[in-house]
Design a protein around this ligand. Structure first.
Ligand code: NAD
Ligand code: LMR
Length: 335
């Protein structure tokens, strides 16, 4: 598009911008991969004081890319400045777990970050702000942020399970030796944790010109004993093999999540942790992963899917963990 015809910039706030995910994210945002090739962005990078210098260095590199869509970059440790006018807020800044920890072990260390940020989003962000929480434990951190933003519909606070969705697609594609584009209809239910349920019951695979149910193409034993735990524990596998928490794949999934939220998903569904309206027996108000479609403005939970006993039990186990996390942050005074 002719530069003179571009719309005004959208403010995108990235917290933890000097961290590993932040560094993998901001250059792709500035190149148009978050909001599209014709939407200029103003980046606001929020960091803790000790990491401001590193974030300022990232800002220098952003300038050196001469991105045509990058209108401005601000670096700050003040959430009210960082979220001022934000149309998209990516809450990444939080400690990653290390080997041997579960993501829920981070609740006490990270939970305290999200109340003040939710309050700042409430007070300073654009009216139509969309929030994606990446920092772990992502679902419950999103719940904390939403609880501190009473003026913003809770539906605008989401947490990232698109990485789990992408991992699940990749595992099925590899197992069946098909391209990732052949697979449709996978769902991640519940928490972004080892209790999540990557569900193939409604997934289909395009093989030899026909669309076939994924569960007709894989062994039950592979599904239950290999696929589900592999996807659910992939974060730990990455930490063990790479020696650090996933970063580029997490940034990539965050871009996918927001891009689909803003542009719409068409007929296909994906997975995102969104506030429950009670669908599929998930208690209202929890931020849990569901099959979702976007109409280009809001996520909508896909309705009417058959959920068999196996799936029901798996979903219930993950939802029970979310309820425990909600109770724990309540006890810590974070809600
Ligand atoms: P990192 O340690 O490399 O970077 C985190 C950054 O956050 C640091 O620069 C730190 O200074 C900053 N930070 C800490 N507190 C802050 C605050 N109050 N405000 C602003 N910035 C703050 O970690 P990382 O690898 O980038 O991971 C970040 C988080 O994302 C971790 O909690 C990790 O577990 C999580 N994660 C989630 C997913 C997912 O799919 N949901 C995937 C990967 C990682
Ligand atoms: C992941 O899924 O890779 C992240 O949530 C990091 C982690 O701790 O597993």
């Amino acid at each position: 598009m002719d530069a003179a015809k571009l719309p005004p910039p959208t403010t995108v706030t990235v917290t933890g911008a000097a961290g590993a995910i932040g560094y993998a994210l901001v250059f792709r945002i500035a190149s148009g991969q978050l909001l599209g090739p014709d939407v200029p962005v103003r980046l606001r990078l929020l960091e803790v004081p000790a990491a401001l210098e590193a974030a300022a260095g990232t800002a220098l590199e952003l300038a050196d890319c001469a991105f045509r869509l990058l209108a401005d970059v601000d670096v700050t440790d003040d959430p009210n400045v960082a979220f001022d006018g934000a149309g998209v807020a990516l809450l990444v800044g939080a400690k990653p777990r290390s080997a041997g920890m579960e993501r829920g072990d981070l609740l006490e260390a990270n939970g305290g970050i999200f109340g003040p940020q939710g309050r700042a989003i409430n007070d300073c962000a654009a009216d139509d702000v969309r929030v994606l929480v990446v920092g772990n434990p992502a679902n419950t951190n999103a719940l904390i942020a939403a609880a501190h933003a009473p003026d913003i519909p809770a539906q605008r606070f989401t947490a990232l399970t698109r990485l789990d969705q992408n991992r699940a697609i990749a595992q099925v594609a590899e197992h069946l030796s098909v391209p990732v584009t052949a697979i449709d209809g996978i769902t991640i239910w519940g928490n972004h944790s080892a209790t999540q349920f990557p569900d193939l019951a409604h997934a289909t695979v395009q093989v030899d010109g026909a669309r076939r149910p994924a569960l007709d193409l894989v062994d039950r034993a592979w599904y239950v004993d290999e696929f589900i735990p592999r996807v659910a524990k992939r974060g730990a596998e990455i930490i063990r093999v790479r020696g650090a928490s996933s970063a580029a794949s997490a940034a990539n999934a965050a871009l996918d999540h927001v891009f689909d939220w803003v542009h719409g998903t068409g007929g296909e569904w994906t997975s995102a942790a969104v506030v429950s309206d009670g669908s599929y027996g998930v208690p209202e108000g929890l931020i849990s992963s569901f099959p979702v479609r976007s109409n280009g403005g809001d996520w909508e939970i896909v309705q009417g899917l058959d959920v068999d006993d196996f799936a029901r039990q798996r979903i219930a186990a993950s939802v029970a963990e979310l309820e425990e996390e909600r109770a724990a942050v309540g006890t810590l005074g974070l809600l």
